[in-house]
Design a protein around this ligand. Structure first.
Ligand code: ME8
Length: 523
């Protein structure tokens, strides 16, 4: 069976989960669910990034020990995954023993290997330069700007501070050519979308400097093997989660182990803020340790809220739990992945989500299901109708629905184009609504009942295909719709996509799946 390993970034525990975190996790969930329905064995990982200066400071501000702090806040992210109905197979915390052991071994392997220029991959030196705690990142002088307050800032807007301390370095400078070759190799592009790939390539072409990978001025982290005065740079620690969660290095030689089965990862999904860590540092670290790099990293865009950057100080942070209780979980899942071309930035506004709920979900899909199924209930004996001979219009709609699996698979698997996949499915929904109007089953009821049953069958079949394909996006609502079509549980995977409805099967009384937003507010 072919396998699929997909990961979210592991989130910093200094922050409460918001709609940005929900977005990345949901995108991965859709892929994981899609691949499972497509017959693949899936491993889907999310988790929390718990070490480093930023978390240490957040714990201090909260007046608790870093361990107590991370135990408490990590739970918020675990809860988020369950509120979002996310189907992750594992949740990794970087404070777990399995993770610490992995980091130590990763370091040892990097330290005992040579860079492409024949020098050792890790060496001891002294770091003197700028550091942004908010980004947990080092910056060159040339990357900084000076704000109106005279303070220097990183390109992300984070404040930087001058750091001077003994540090181990990773010989990143020697990996430049290997990285550039790597971006050009393979059938699947290593970095997506193309705009990010170009940015990464031009960053690497400009020349890489060696990377500081240990700190000595605070203690909340994983000690460097053999030199515990140093703790590992939090990004080296964090990136290692993608292999520590697979049980590496303990199961390295076990062909049945998670590592052998799932590494290299098929996809690391990340936001555009952390592309450099995943596409420059991480493949070089892995290669230095003798491990394969992941197959692909996709960087999605950034959400603003009502046109503004989301921030605690502006008080406009969108909390997933509030959105879910206001709009319902599946509408939120749908909106996030439909509204914005995946990879581009998007704006979260109440008007936009209400528009999507009322137009796409209530009017188009919800209404299609409701009017067809209640008509069948009242006028076709509450069973899957028996079709007669098919007309050209019938075939056209059935063919459009049948063609969707290949199209959606192409959009999601190769390009992570969630919005395009949804657009294609909803184009068929729109076609089905036009077909209802043009075929007018309510007129046929009086004039030609056999033809009426054919029309209803074609519609029910179309709804079945649409519902099967939308399961990864809206699992609960589509389960309800498939229940209403009496599709058995074992006929909901993509292997059963072509297994048409059986005429004569009894259908339960239909109930609306997607209420309009104002109706929800009243109800
Ligand atoms: O960077 N719009 O963690 P983090 C879209 N611990 N996505 C957003 C977003 C927004 N406004 N805000 C956050 C870290 N995200 C590291 C990762 S991985 C080895 C270590 C999402 O808590 C997006 O996926 O700052 C972004 O990359 C991630 O949250 C950053 O989460």
């Amino acid at each position: 069976m072919s396998r699929y390993y997909v990961t979210t970034p592991i989130y910093y525990v200094n922050d409460a989960p918001h709609i940005g975190h929900a977005y990345t996790t949901l995108a991965c969930d859709v892929l994981a669910r899609f691949m499972r329905l497509d017959g693949r064995e899936v491993h889907f990982l999310t988790g929390t990034d718990e070490h480093g200066q930023k978390v240490e400071k957040a714990a201090r501000d909260a007046g608790v020990s870093p361990q107590d702090f991370t135990d408490r806040v990590s739970r918020n992210f675990r809860d988020l995954a369950s509120h979002l109905n996310v189907s992750n197979d594992d949740f990794i915390r970087t404070t777990e023993p399995r993770h610490k052991a992995c980091c130590a071994e990763l370091w040892r392997r990097m330290a005992s290997s040579e860079a492409p220029n024949g020098e050792s991959n890790i060496y001891l030196g002294k770091y003197a330069g700028w550091y942004a705690v908010r980004d947990e990142a080092f910056y060159g002088e040339d990357e900084l700007t000076t704000g109106p307050d005279g303070r220097k800032r990183a390109p992300s807007g984070a404040e930087v501070e001058w750091v001077e301390e003994p540090s181990y370095f990773f010989r990143l400078s020697a990996w430049q050519d290997w990285l550039l070759d790597h971006y050009a190799r393979g059938n699947t592009e290593f970095v997506g979308p193309g705009t990010r790939r170009n940015e990464v390539m031009s960053f690497v072409r400009q020349g890489l400097t060696d990377l500081s990978i240990s700190r000595t001025t605070f203690t909340w982290g994983i000690p460097v093997p053999g030199d515990p005065a140093h703790i590992m740079y939090v990004w080296l620690d964090a990136l290692a989660n993608y292999v520590s969660a697979l049980g590496w290095p303990g199961n390295e030689t076990d062909p049945e182990g998670l590592f052998a089965r799932f590494w290299p990862a098929d996809l690391h999904m990340v936001g555009k803020d952390i592309v450099r860590f995943h596409t420059v540092y991480w493949p070089a670290f892995l290669k230095a340790a003798g491990l394969e790099p992941p197959r692909r990293v996709f960087a999605h865009g950034w959400w603003t809220v009502e046109g503004q950057k989301m921030s605690k100080s502006l008080g406009n942070v969108v909390k997933p739990a509030e959105m879910i209780s206001r709009y319902g979980l599946d509408p939120v899942r749908y909106f996030l992945l439909r509204e914005v071309p995946f990879g581009q930035d998007g704006d979260f506004s109440q008007a936009a989500i209400v528009r999507r709920i009322n137009t796409d979900l209530a009017n188009d899909l919800g209404n299609l299901g409701q009017r067809v199924l209640s008509f069948v209930q009242k006028n076709a004996g509450a069973v899957v109708p028996e079709p007669g001979p098919l007309s050209a219009e019938d075939r056209k709609l059935l063919d459009a629905a049948a063609g969707l699996l290949v199209q959606v698979r192409g959009d999601l698997v190769a390009a992570q184009a969630f919005n395009r996949a949804l657009e294609a499915v909803f184009a068929v929904v729109a076609e089905a609504n036009r077909y209802v109007d043009s075929q007018a089953p309510w007129t046929l009821r009086k004039t030609d009942q056999e033809r009426m049953r054919t029309v209803l069958y074609v519609l029910a079949e179309t709804i079945r295909r649409v519902a099967i394909l939308l399961q990864p996006f809206m699992p609960d609502s589509m389960a309800k719709l498939l229940d209403q079509l009496a599709v058995p549980a074992d006929a909901r995977s993509f292997a059963a996509f072509d297994a048409a409805l059986r005429p004569g099967v009894a259908l339960p009384a239909p109930a609306g799946v997607f209420p309009r937003y104002q109706d929800m507010a009243v109800g």
